[in-house]
Design a protein around this ligand. Structure first.
Ligand code: FE
Length: 209
């Protein structure tokens, strides 16, 4: 087998893309409004006692809400989740938008929302510990309630990239956002460019092939 290991640049960031992830809607309520965001960073980290770790980007409005209220629901997305769901929960801020307007949902015992469609389970969490990770904060949580909603397969990050996000239109010259599929048309991508849809930076763009 041929190995192609670059010893001069020993950290190849694309190596991290090989880690498998699921995709989740995390729901919260700041006391005024129901809110939700999309994350790929939910992991069961212990069995006895049962512990779930959730990492949230501090730039997200939900971060402060979880810090204050100490609770959240994890809705595990299925492969049926459409791109519009990702746009609604992922590509706008709950600071401005009412993300639950027109979304069919019910409340778990902790009072937080649970989507009715496109999920296969809901897990209610209570925050026990917090760890500052720099860009993100890590919440270590206990499970207070959990239900299976359907037996549809879970949405993975790989499935999202292959089947959900829009394909860039062929033969356009430009750069495509690896996160949401937005295409920037032009010869060069400005270094400080920020994706208008998902707010990821230029490093998450690649040339249109
Ligand atoms: Fe994007």
């Amino acid at each position: 087998m041929e190995m192609n290991v670059n010893m001069i640049e020993p950290i190849d960031n694309t190596a991290l893309f090989k880690i498998g992830y699921g995709l989740y809607v995390i729901t919260t309520n700041d006391g005024k409004k129901d809110n939700g965001l999309i994350v790929n960073t939910v992991t069961q980290v212990a069995e006895k006692p049962l512990k779930i770790a959730v990492s949230i980007n501090k730039a997200n409005y939900s971060f402060a809400t979880i810090k204050e209220t100490g609770k959240m629901n994890v809705c595990c997305l299925t492969e049926s989740a459409p791109f519009s769901l990702f746009k609604n929960f992922g590509f706008q801020s709950g600071k401005d938008a009412d993300k639950f307007s027109g979304v069919d949902a019910w409340r778990t015992k902790n009072g937080l929302m649970c989507l009715r469609d496109n999920i296969n389970s809901v897990i209610s969490l209570s925050v026990d510990d917090f760890s500052d990770m720099g860009s993100h904060g890590l919440f270590i949580c206990s499970v207070t309630e959990a239900h299976v909603i359907s037996n549809e397969p879970s949405m993975t990050y790989a499935y999202y990239h292959a089947n959900v996000k829009p394909k860039p239109e062929a033969k356009k010259k430009g750069f495509v956002c690896k996160i949401c599929g937005y295409v920037y048309e032009g010869e060069t991508l400005p270094e400080d460019f920020v994706c208008p849809l998902c707010k990821h930076g230029a490093s998450d763009f690649e040339p249109v092939k």
